[in-house]
Design a protein around this ligand. Sequence first.
Ligand code: FAD
Ligand code: FES
Ligand code: MG
Length: 307
Amino acid sequence: MGANSSDRAVLSDTIDPMHRDDEDPSVEIVAREDFSDLTFLLEFRHPMMAKAAKPGQFVIVIPLEHGERIPLTIADFDRDKGTITLVVQAVGKTTKEMQQTCRTGTTLFSVVGPMGEPSHIGDAGKVICVGGGLGAAPVFPQARAFKENGAYVIGVIGFRNKDLVFWEDKFRKYCDEFIICSDDGSVGIKGLVTDGIKAAMEKHDDIDEVIAIGPPIMMKACAETTRPNAIKTTVSLNPIMVDGTGMCGGCRVKVGERMQFACVDGPDFDGHQVDFDDLMSRLKRFSEEEKLATERWSEACRAGKVS
Ligand code: FAD
Ligand code: FES
Ligand code: MG
C-alpha cells in the first residue's frame, strides 16, 4: 500500500523544478566515500525526504543541469541527520560524470523522491536478505527493517573479490547470520550468492522469505534456487525509467500474466512470477545510444571540454 503517496506529491512538488521555480531544487552532497574504482557512496542533505523514505524506495536524480534523469535506490536514510545515502556504480555517461563531479560540498541539480512502493516488511519470522555486488546497498535497509521488526535475519552478500566488499560492519550489526560469497574465494565462501542461499536453506527449514537484489541474471538465479521449496522470493527490478511516475511506460515489466510499471507498482515484485528474459532484453534496447553518449563524453573529457 502506498501509504505515503501524498507525502510523495508534496516532496516532489517541493524539490522538482518542473513544479516550482521559486526554490533552488539542488541538494548538497555532505559526504562521499569511494568503495572501489567503480563504486562510490554519496550522502545528500534533504530532511523532508529522509523523514519520508522507506526501505525499497528510490529517487530520480538529475546530477547536472541539462543532464538525464536516472533512478537510484535509497541505500540508507538518517532521519536525525536529515540525509539520504546513495551507492552508485559508474557504468555509463551519467554515472561516470557523477563519479567525476560529485564531491562533498557540491550539489546534485535535482532529486525527486522518495519514489516507488516501499518494500513490504511483513511479520516474517526468518528471512534471507541477498545482495549481489552493488545490490548489497539497496538490500541493507530491508535487512535492518526486518531485524527491527523482530525477524531472524540471514544476510547473504556476494562480490567478485574481497577488495569490492563494502558495508560488512553494517550488515553484521543487523544480521543474525552473515554469509559473504566471492567469485574467487578471496573472502567468505567461494561461490555465488545462490550457494549462500543453498547453505542457509540447508541449515534452516523454516525460512519465510528471501529478498534478492542485484543484476537481473542474479535475481533470476535466486528465484530458481528457492522455487522448488516454494519460498516467497521478492526481487527489486531495475528496468529503464524516465519519469518514475507511471507516465512514460519505459519501465514496463512482465509479472505473471500482468504488465506492471516498476516505478509505481514496484520496484519489488514476486521473483517467481517475473519474466527476467524480457527485462534483460528491454534493458539493452538503447545500448547503441548509451555507447555513443559515453564515447562522446570520454572524448570531450580527453579534449578538456568538460571539467
Ligand atoms: P548508460 O550507459 O546510459 O546505461 C548503462 C545501462 O544502465 C543501460 O544499458 C541500462 O541497462 C541502464 N540504464 C540506462 N539508463 C537507465 C535509466 N534511465 N533507468 C534505469 N536503467 C538505466 N544504479 C546504481 O548505480 N545504484 C543504484 O542504487 C541504482 N538503483 C536503481 C534503482 C532502480 C529502481 C532502477 C530502475 C535502476 C537503478 N540503478 C542503480 C541503475 C541506474 O539507474 C543505471 O545504472 C543508470 O541509469 C545508468 O546511467 P548511465 O548514463 O551512467 O549509463
Ligand atoms: Fe515511466 Fe515508469 S518510469 S512509467
Ligand atoms: Mg545514460
